[in-house]
Write a protein that binds this ligand. Structure first.
Ligand code: TYM
Length: 329
């Protein structure tokens, strides 16, 4: 049985990018694998060092995670900050991670551009903590979106390096995974780039129908095709990409044909997309509301998850200490 680890930062509500990039199919996955799903609350401090309400953010993401179909009786769901073994492994991995390779990580370079006034060491070593998250359970597969590919590559590198340096077979080399399909990038509604928490261009799992309609109707488009079979500009392609995840194939074919013969009206396309998104999000939103109101349940989930995660993590850390050479007197 494979071990699967997946994480999500607690920096804002979950959006469709998170859902289709990582959370989709958890319901099925958890029965076929040994699954660990966690909330990366330490990671959130690399970009939000003084969140106004860290606890509320974590609670919201936890409720949303569960609403996507995780069964805490089957999978292990926990908070990163509840498992101190992760930070111990992070420290040990930092000794075999080099400044140059961390500085070259694309995600680090991006963050340096985005937050030049807060280039902290946590940001530089973000991939080391992420590697610790993953290999602490000896994961084989990591469900993630396309944006996390560089992090998985560096995780494999650290696992390999540890095994070589200490002449051991402690860690498998984990693969980025999207349920047998290619890794995905869900675009935003603002014409370019990916849907993201910080980009403000997302449809959230907690959005109601009105909010979804407003956002979709405002999505960036162009002036429309003026010759048959014209190549689609990025904003239009993006709308079709989102459609692929929530609309029926017939509906997509219909609008693609209209685009090809220049009869398309973007207003109709958006109306359809808003309907399909609303229908998709509604049941998840209802579950979020239900779960987030149940403090007793959330407390139980977190406590059980912490114990199960620590059991697995402490086993690995014990082995790692032994391999490196820390021994009891
Ligand atoms: P985060 O919190 O940014 O996103 C969580 C998951 O959602 C995916 N995702 C997307 N997928 C497709 N299209 C998008 N527009 C999109 N936006 C987000 C991400 O790829 C991710 O899978 N570094 C991680 C958190 C993390 C982690 C880990 C993940 C920490 N430790 C260990 C896996 C394993 C992150 O920032 O994800």
């Amino acid at each position: 049985m494979d071990t699967v680890v997946s994480g999500i930062r607690s920096t804002g509500n979950l959006h469709l990018g998170n859902y289709f990039g990582a959370l989709r199919n958890f319901t099925r996955m958890q029965h076929e694998n040994r699954c660990f799903f966690f909330i990366a609350d330490y990671h959130s401090l690399t970009t939000h060092p003084t969140p106004s309400n860290l606890h509320a953010n974590v609670r919201q993401v936890l409720s949303e995670y569960l609403a996507c179909g995780i069964d805490p009786e089957v999978a292990t769901i926990y908070l990163q900050s509840d498992v101190p073994e992760v930070t111990e492994l992070y420290l040990l991995l930092n000794m075999i991670a080099y400044k140059g390779e961390l500085e070259r990580t694309t995600t680090f370079k991006e963050k340096v551009r985005n937050q030049p006034d807060n280039v902290n060491a946590g940001l530089l070593t973000y991939p080391v903590l992420m590697a610790a998250d993953i290999i602490i359970h000896k994961a084989h597969r990591v469900p993630v979106g396309k944006d996390q590919e560089p992090h998985l590559e560096i995780t494999r590198k650290f696992a390999r390096r540890f095994n070589t340096m200490y002449n051991t077979g402690t860690f498998p080399e984990p693969e980025a995974y999207n349920f047998g399909e290619k890794l995905v990038k869900i675009p935003g509604l603002d014409g370019s780039g990916k849907m993201g928490k910080s980009e403000g261009n997302g449809i959230y799992l907690s959005d109601d129908e009105k909010a979804i309609r407003r956002k979709v109707m405002r999505a960036v488009t162009d002036s429309g095709p003026d010759q048959p079979n014209q190549k689609m500009a990025e904003p239009i392609r993006n709308l079709f990409t989102i459609m692929q995840f929530v609309s029926e194939p017939d509906v997509i074919r219909h609008f693609k044909k209209q685009y090809a013969d220049c009869t398309i009206r973007y207003g109709d396309l958006k109306k359809q997309l808003a309907d399909d998104l609303s229908a998709f999000v509604a049941p998840i939103r209802e579950r979020i509301t239900e779960i987030s109101a149940n403090s007793e349940y959330l407390r139980k989930v977190v406590n059980t998850g912490r114990d199960k995660a620590r059991e697995s993590a402490s086993k690995t850390v014990r082995e790692v200490r032994e391999v490196i050479g820390f021994r009891p007197f």
